[in-house]
Design a protein around this ligand. Sequence first.
Ligand code: PLP
Length: 467
Amino acid sequence: MDKKKLLLSLPAVDEIVKSKVGIEWLRKYPRVYVIRAIREIIQRKRKTILGGKYEMDDPSDLLQEIERIIEKLSGFNLQPVINATGVVIHTNLGRSVLSEEIMKRVSMIAGGYSNLEYDIDKGERGKRYSHVQGLLREITGAEDGIIVNNNAAAVFISLTALAKGREVIVSRGELVEIGGSFRIPDVMASSGAILKEVGTTNKTHAYDYERAVTDNTALMLKVHQSNFRMIGFTEALSIEEMAALGKKYSVPVMFDLGSGCLIDLKPYGIHIEPTVQEMIKAGADIVTFSGDKLLGGPQAGVIVGKRELIEKIAKNPLMRAVRVDKMTLAAFEATLRYYLDEGVAKERIPTVSMLLQDPEKIKEKAKKIARMLKAGLGVDGAQTAGINVIEDVSQSGGGALAEVPLRTFVVSVMPSAISINELEVRLRLGRPHVIARIRDAALLLDARTVKTEEIGPLVQAVRAAMN
Ligand SMILES: *Cc1c(COP(=O)(O)O)cnc(C)c1O
């Protein structure tokens, strides 16, 4: 057939839209995507015809191609994934997971009107932050507390409210970069505070801080070295020592703690960072931390400390720009409530319970996954032989937790028919999306971060990917 005839044989956009399938699509998908997909496929066909490479295909193939594009265009971008990496606080996979109970609170508050900024007792305007103030005081022992959008915002607004145009003393060993674009010197510069660095990379002494204090000193800042460690010939001031200096010179001491650990995890072999309570007790005037790292709540930044300072921060005009919404407040209040009883927090907050999971329980889950996988793969000995449960270490999380190896159990999969990289890609692109680790010649599925109800879908996804 000549090109002209072939071109004429292509259906018109309108023709497809008005056909039975077209009408069906319009019922299911947004019109813009239906039209765009039809145009795209027809255009593609036209190009191949003009390039002389066209082969007549079945009209139903054409429609299938169009439907694939429509589905791709109209699908959700933000998708759930199964986290089989074993990294509990995985920033790229959404950090902390909220429990079903908490999601119920969120949906109740977000799906209706609430007393977000209304004082029910008095029948007048109320304060957004009052809903978590009491809990923050109770749990951390601080005089007062507020929450903002994330810890970066907490550090930023504290600096701008307490130290704009004045000096903030920081040890050279603590001018850290947390990842993404959070770097202490840059945050300091944009807050309007003046960075006064003291000491050296590895050692900073009390006299370094003392020599730097002037009439223009607004704060002494300590920053937790979340994602790196210094070993060897090092020295830094403890928060107690800094608080003593702060008292001596009447300069408030602020600590950017990072994770916001509210439970002492040392008995579990997790020596990451001191708890917020310990730091308040040790004399920090302001402590900032994330809501969705170790605390296990929604994305938020928490500022606790001396009432007078918190009030000053709360009054800053930028507070409006970093304020949290009702969904965050609902989730955060519900998460904090668990901390009123440590046992409850350990059990009901997914981040905490996944971190403290008994390795034997993880082993059971891994064995179940392996057993179900083997059963599904039937009698193919080569495939089932490549599936084993092995002991390993999982990294609990990025940032502060990157350094904490935890004993875990993984299902190691060595596919016989496809390469290990191909298996990883298929799992990642499949439904549900599965994110796994590759090590040497095996794909590892860490059972620590796989929920019990995800085992079935995970097994099906792996089976589908291996065939
Ligand atoms: C994680 C972290 C931050 C940033 O917190 P976000 O909640 O991600 O904004 C700031 N400082 C320290 C020490 C951290 O560990």
